[in-house]
Structures are given as C-alpha cells and as structure tokens.
Design a protein around this ligand. Structure first.
Ligand code: GUN
Length: 294
C-alpha cells in the first residue's frame, strides 16, 4: 500500500488563515492586538530558525511579536528577571521560552516563573496539571498540532490505539495525556513508549496511529508498523549530506520511504508536523489574548 502524504504545510496554512480572520475581528471589535514575546538564549542554529519562522508566522496573521535574544552566558537570574517583567507587560499575552536552554540554565525553574495565563507553550506545571486533570487551557503546540492534523484528515483518534514513542514534557507526555482525554478529538487507547521500553517494535506494530518523537534519525522501519497505520513523525534530524549545498538534509524519526509502503497515511519531514507546531502557537496566543480581556 502506498501511503497518502499528510500535508502539514497545507493544513497549517488553513489554520493560519482562520487565525488571521479571527485577529482581524478582534482588532476591529475589541481593539485588541495579540502579542507574543519569544525568549531566545544563545546561538543554537536550529532554535534561531524556529524563532525566525515563528516571527514570520506572527507577522503574517497580525500578532505583534518581539524576540528577546539573550547571550549564551546570561545568568538564570537575568532570565527570570526578564520573564517577570514580561509577565507584567500589557503588550504580550503569550510568552514562549525557546528550548533547549544552555546547560547552566535550569529550564524548569525558568518555566515555573512564567505566568500560567501567558504560558502559550503549555509547559508550566499548572497548565500541565490542567491537561492531566482533563480540563486543558494551553496544550503544548506540537501535541495540539498533531491532534489537529489527525482530525482534519479524517483520522479521528477516538477508539483507536495510539502509540506514542518519546516521553518529553514538550511532546510525548502531553500527547499521551491529550489523546486519553474523554472528549472529541481524543478518546483513544494510549500506549506511551520511551527509551527504556523493551522491544519497541512489539508496541509500535500494534498502533492504529503511531506518533514518533524520539529524536533519532529513521529509527522506525517498516517492520515496526502495522499495515494501514497512520504514522505521524515529529522528529527533525540533521544528517550529513555532501550532495546538499548546506552539507546536510533533514530526516524524521521514521524511515519515510519504507514505512510509506505499509502505512495508510504518513507525515513528511520537513512539511509535516513542524508547520503545525507554529500554527498552534498562534492559536494559543490568540486564546491567551482573548482570555486577558474576557
Ligand atoms: N524547541 C523546539 N520546539 C519547541 C517548542 O515547540 N516550544 C519551545 N518552547 N521550544 C521548542
């Protein structure tokens, strides 16, 4: 079976158009321009690209955005000071702390200082707890994007066996909580696999929907996927490629061409989950702006 390709770029564009229309109405009817502050520390090239893409997307839909770029050797105290002042600012309804931080900065401590009402990444323990309790406010953008991709391609997770590979706080863990919610767009049976899972293939092969967020290139091969499964690849890995001008190419955590032979639908890398993450950040920012006046 040749899988259909899930066009994340196209679905993300559709969502961005919806967000843009909503912002136009907000500006007109309530005089509100949603604002997003991005905190970027250091010079990680991948983070710089992600942040640039977020800025472009914000501008396209009418969100006012500013990136606060701090040097690699900034102290944790200085980062917390910036977060505290952004919490108080009336200009920014959302704050995103671009991860990863340099090793001397404790991510959890910084995230704990975010105002949960501005935590559009859904990383603050309060928002994490709301999701776990079944009353989510902000859902981390990547899990939220994966859910929208499935819903909008007619692959509702309800009643399906969703197998998630990876237990990070930003993707795997919130995804497993999201898909086990008792509500539309979720209601799945969820298995969460991780680096200590014995015989990963045994579990992945049982998935109706397989979501992979491991962070290693092409580890999921065709033998690990059930015929007809829907495969969502969250991984973005750089691998050396002398045939490319830039010296590398991007691949996912899934061996795309082999797995395409057994899956019924699959996301490409790039052009799959990546654009969805940005689109859902915009959705969360508008939600934060609206709740600031409601
Ligand atoms: N780094 C890579 N992806 C993300 C994301 O979605 N949010 C944050 N905060 N950092 C990231």
């Amino acid at each position: 079976m040749a899988a259909s390709i899930i066009n994340g770029k196209g679905i993300a564009q559709e969502i961005r158009s919806e967000v843009k229309a909503e912002i136009e109405i907000l500006k007109e009817s309530r005089g509100l321009t949603p604002g997003l502050a991005v905190v970027l520390i250091g010079n990680d090239p991948a983070s710089a690209i992600y942040v640039k893409n977020k800025e472009v997307a914000c501008e396209e839909v009418g969100i006012s955005t500013r990136t606060f770029h701090l040097p690699t050797d900034v102290s944790e105290e200085q980062v917390v000071e910036l977060i505290t002042s952004l919490n108080k600012s009336g200009l920014y309804h959302g704050i995103l702390t671009q991860l990863p931080f340099p090793p001397h900065i404790n991510d959890s401590n910084v995230i704990d200082h975010l105002d949960p009402a501005k935590d559009v990444d859904g990383l603050h323990p309060y928002n994490f707890g709301l999701l776990a309790a079944g009353t989510p406010r902000f859902i981390a953008a990547t899990p939220y994007g994966v859910q929208q991709m499935l819903i909008r391609t007619g692959n509702d997770p309800a009643g399906k066996h969703v197998v998630v590979c990876g237990r990070s706080n930003i993707v795997g863990k919130p995804l497993s909580m999201l898909f086990s919610q008792k509500q539309a767009g979720s209601n799945a049976t969820v298995t969460l696999c991780h680096s200590n899972t014995k015989d990963l293939g045994y579990f992945t092969k049982q998935a109706d929907i397989l979501v992979v967020a491991i962070g290693s290139p092409e580890v999921i091969n065709a033998d690990m996927v059930k015929e007809g499964a829907v495969v969502i690849d969250v991984g973005i890995n750089r691998i050396d490629d002398d045939n490319r001008k830039r010296g590398y190419r991007l691949v996912g955590d899934v061996a795309f061409s082999d797995v395409s032979e057994v899956a019924s639908a699959i996301t490409p890398v790039p052009g799959g989950v990546g654009p969805m993450t940005i689109a859902m950040l915009l959705v969360n920012t508008v939600a934060a702006a609206k709740s600031s006046i409601d």
